[in-house]
Design a protein around this ligand. Sequence first.
Ligand SMILES: Cc1cc2nc3c(=O)[nH]c(=O)nc-3n(C[C@H](O)[C@H](O)[C@H](O)COP(=O)(O)OP(=O)(O)OC[C@H]3O[C@@H](n4cnc5c(N)ncnc54)[C@H](O)[C@@H]3O)c2cc1C
Length: 388
Amino acid sequence: MKNDYDIIVVGAGPAGSMAARFAAEHGVSVLMLEKDRDVGYPVRCGEAISKTGVEEFITPDNKWITATIIKFSLNSPDGTEAVIEFEDAGYVLERRIFDYELAKTAASAGAEILTRTYVDGLLIEEGKVCGVKYEFRGEQKELRAKIVIGADGVESRVGRWAGLKTFTDFRDMECCAQVTASNINVDDSTLYFYFGENYAPGGYFWVFPKGKNIANIGLGVSGMVGKKRSALSFLNNFMNNNYPQAPVLTSIAGGVPSTITLEKISAPGIMLAGDAARQVNPLSGGGIASGMIGGSIAGRIAGEAVKMNKLGHILTYDREWHNRLGKRHEIFERLKNGIYNFDDNKFNKIAHSFNKVPKDKRTLGRLFTTALINQPALLVDIAKVFVI
Ligand SMILES: Cc1cc2nc3c(=O)[nH]c(=O)nc-3n(C[C@H](O)[C@H](O)[C@H](O)COP(=O)(O)OP(=O)(O)OC[C@H]3O[C@@H](n4cnc5c(N)ncnc54)[C@H](O)[C@@H]3O)c2cc1C
């Protein structure tokens, strides 16, 4: 290991690995630090991702794909099921292998990786971030860097240490609980979503198949709801009613920042990517693909900045992110606030109307249009999603 690096990335999730890879591709020195023993473990995720989200960064591989998805089953509170079919919609991943493979692509590009390394502070000189403090094997150490990229996930502290405003209102923090259970008899090419007061008020409930007879079953509720009734109690309810005998292989809880990106995600010497920057899609709560996109932009710009010897270049990251996804997320946020406030009646009405649409015309766009009839005020926002 060197004493200083051009770029240090904190956190080896999808955002961190893409930041490290795209930076290293510029031939600059990159070190990625991960606090856990293994990249990719523990997993706190439903593991669903769109096909395009994967393919921008890595060739699909059955080593880390547990299910290929071609259908969405949307279930309203009264039990009406609306099904949308896609061509190659996406995948359910085995993230512990997927994240590992992403980190390997960073290593192949030339990045160094160190696990069991807990970053616990930043080096800051004259208002500029210039390195990290960390604990490794019981020893406190420091490393200097021209640029630090904080990709340290939802509980990120790197941004706060750098003086960026990282506060997220508890109402925007989806409280999630999930089990991976076996003996679950669902179609392994369908993602199942459940809406309504009994499933997940202010959010949605999911059953995502991980191959035959095994599924990630979980939900996210808005922080407002989570304060009164825990996500876990909704999950236990669902499992007792539907799969009382299902063996549970893993059980997790976690937060998803379902909100717009932080106001500032770069400052002198520092950039944030992934959950740390609040780059999650606020409508779906998905953050793997958007985190990879954010990380790749941050890494590329950081690499360019070092190569050009113009470190101020990193401040262009905010605008690039905004143009690529940030702007879209602002619209998704408004849609989320509209849709997740629907009452059970409205969800039922949408499902009934949608099922009257001929099968071959049932698309996500048509579903939104149906939702619109119930909430015309969303029209402008939805139009923007399809136009922008
Ligand atoms: C229950 C649940 C279900 C979800 N389901 C989905 C889904 O189906 N699809 C989807 O797209 N998204 C889903 N998400 C969101 C998704 O998991 C995250 O958006 C995604 O993992 C973000 O990637 P990231 O690289 O920003 O952060 P992470 O994947 O969280 O990686 C951050 C890394 O930083 C490390 N780290 C943190 N602090 C330090 C430190 N101080 N020093 C060193 N290392 C540190 C962590 O150990 C971790 O490895 C879900 C989230 C939850 C909680």
